[in-house]
Design a protein. Sequence first.
Length: 417
Amino acid sequence: MVAAMGAHSSRREAAATAAATEVVIVGGGMVGLSLACALGQAGIATAVIDRAAPAAQIAPAYDGRVSALAAGSVRLMRTLGVWPGIAAEAEPILEIRVSDGDSPRHLHYDHRALGTEPLGVIVENRVLRRALAARAAAIDAVAHHAPAEVAHVTRDGYGVRAALADGRSLRARLVIGADGVHSPVRAGAGIGVIRRAYRQTAIVCTVAHARPHRGIAQERFLAAGPFAILPMTGRRSSLVWTERADLAPALLALDEAAFADELAWRFTDYLGELRPEGPRWSYPLAIQRAGRTTEARLALVGDAAHAIHPIAGQGLNLGLRDVAALSQAVIDAARLGLDVGDAPVLESYARARSFDTVSMSLVTDGLNRLFSNDSAPLRLVRDLGLAAVDRSAPLKRLFMRHAMGLIGTQSSERLAD
């Protein structure tokens, strides 16, 4: 890795480094900081190695990007003490409407079918990063090294050593790669990936509109891919527009007026006049899975372990479920006086997450394949399928609970014990 010079080290960070560090987390993004908060509030000495400067976390610039936090992820944020820093700037998702192009048939999810809890919330990434960084800074057991970079990691039967590019060195029982889809930690451990690129690009931006969205998220399946409209605070929505990779550069190069025109006919006019707000972002899309998520004294979480299509907005939620499962395995081991980096601890994490990550990868990949085409026979099958699910209340409730992250292994409630 390239060295990041001028590493910052607070008094608390230096004291924590001198003490016995149990866990080193490489990566200070939303998943890495969530994991640090979970471990740190349980009293486990944790060091976060973060390439970003502290100001980028504490006062990040507006960039228009948002995350959809499912109800299960919101519960985790509450457990971690992060929710107070998010709540005022999070927009509840009260309904989700899924349609196939211009078809009159659609699938409608309403949070009232399951109670009063929203299906989830939309929150700007900068708000979430700021709240996580503030919470981590308030936990004595967390040392946040930033900006800093790991030169290499060595592991043996007794622990790990993370050598930083500025010459410092950290010893711990366990190293965790939360360093993204191109994870150097994963590569350094010799863990390969299974990857397949989609011939699609995701265009992400914020749009202001004349009419209120009423907390309704829309997902329209177009021939090039899904077109998602996610409610933000005020009369704003976040747009995740999947487009053919060969067409995306031309769309991104359009001036404001022409880009707004392209949006308008895809949006239809249900939100009134549209105005793009802030920068446009684009991301090549791929499905990827690490060959394994654990190695001797090493675990992978978030995008370092798996990357999925954004068709259901579940990427971050999948990573936060990693956080809940891994932190609980580590905390349980620590409470029993066990070595938190031992193989049985990591094996329990891998088992707990295997089905969810594989099934979500297959579901999102299958939905993208099914809907991202203009085949007349498939359109008929899709329309009938959406209508059938919409008419089946039990099936709708099952799918809603799954989208809310309330099915499967959940450890967030236990973290509060």
